[in-house]
Design a protein around this ligand. Structure first.
Ligand code: SAH
Length: 342
């Protein structure tokens, strides 16, 4: 296993096997999670130990391939090169309550949503825990901006990479690591029901976001193939169980697509289906993806939809489209880059 994917107890074991005392592991762990680029920066270790570690556990630091900064709102988007040459995107968004990093969890995605750029080339591979840690760490280091929130809403389906994502959360939440509170983390899924139940059992205090994008099976089936495996009522039942287990209100993401899911009747149907479930809606005007015929809803359609939800007792915010001048949504930068390479 990569040394940065190890938890502190695992690292203690590994160093013990090298004849090192327990406190060494904590020193190494702290350095790794501060974002050093080599063992030579670990100045409180002997030269000999640094060399031994380099031999036993070489580690790689992701390289910036592209960095784009929005002139409008300061959003910064990174395209990173991973150790095997694959690349992923990370976005840093600046909100009044603090800086938020949106990370990728996979290289590509196999969920096949019709509107999403990340899934066009399918799934290449899943990210390892340390690669997700590095996204947060090096975005913070390169930008010089402190990060207080992390959202798992970049490229990939986090619940399709469940074990690695759980380990990543443990690492960034650890007190000798980045020490990020679970309440400051959101995980977004297209609706893998068995994994939502597994997550609920862990009773983490993270926020769960569900990409709903439609009020019924007919509409969800059109844009999200996952709905064929886990239809909307099955998904919403899992959301209710998640709420019962964690007492955390569910966030629903809803990309507004012109003429597809933005009609009055769609909003009303949502109200009926979600009855009794504490929910918050993020309405996101669709970001147009070159390869897709789907178009964003008009401002008036979005406002009308929001009002119907709110009048029905569900809070709904229209998400500001940050970084629209830098293709800062889901997979578009990686898509362009890999297309130009190919
Ligand atoms: N796989 C996870 C997380 C990644 S996508 C999920 O499906 O939730 C993060 C969010 O962006 C999801 O809600 C996704 O549906 C949405 N999204 C993807 N492409 C989009 C587009 N072109 N316009 C608006 N939202 C989009």
């Amino acid at each position: 296993m990569n040394i940065k994917s190890m938890t502190l107890p695992e690292l203690q074991e590994a160093l013990k096997a090298m004849g090192q005392p327990a406190f060494r592991a904590k020193q190494v762990y702290t350095w790794l999670h501060k974002g050093v680029r080599s063992y030579d920066e670990m100045t409180n270790l002997s030269k000999e130990l640094r060399a031994k570690l380099q031999e036993a556990y070489p580690f790689y630091t992701p390289q910036v391939i592209r960095k784009q900064e929005s002139a409008k709102d300061g959003t910064i988007k990174y395209l990173w090169r991973l150790s095997d040459g694959n690349c992923v995107e990370t976005v840093l968004m600046r909100y009044h309550y603090g800086n938020t990093v949106c990370i990728s969890t996979e290289v590509g995605c196999r969920m096949g949503c019709a509107f999403c750029a990340s899934t066009i080339g399918g799934l290449v591979r899943r990210l390892e825990p340390h690669e997700m840690v590095d996204e947060v760490l090096f975005t913070q280091i390169d930008s010089g901006l402190p990060v207080s929130r992390v959202v798992l809403m970049g490229i990939g389906e986090p619940l399709d990479n469940f074990d690695n994502v759980m380990r990543f959360l443990e690492l960034i939440g650890s007190k000798d690591g980045m020490n990020l509170g679970m309440r400051h983390i959101s995980l977004s899924t297209c609706g893998l029901v068995p994994k939502i139940d597994e997550l609920a059992e862990k009773k983490l205090q993270i926020s769960l976001a569900i990409s709903l994008h439609g009020p019924n099976d007919a509409i969800r089936d059109r844009v999200m193939p996952v709905n064929k495996a886990y239809p909307i009522d099955v998904l919403l039942a899992a959301c209710r169980r998640y709420y019962e287990a964690t007492s955390r209100r569910i966030h629903f993401e809803y990309a507004m697509i012109d003429g597809v899911n933005d009609r009055e009747q769609d909003a009303k149907e949502l109200l009926r289906r979600l009855k009794g479930l504490p929910a918050h809606f993020n309405l996101i005007p669709l970001n147009h993806v070159e390869e897709s015929p789907l178009k964003p809803s008009s401002r008036t359609a979005v406002a009308r939809f929001q009002k119907i939800l709110e009048d029905g007792g569900i809070t709904a915010t229209v998400r500001r489209t940050l970084g629209s001048d830098i293709d800062a949504s889901c997979g578009q930068l990686r898509r362009k880059y890999t297309k130009n390479q190919g």
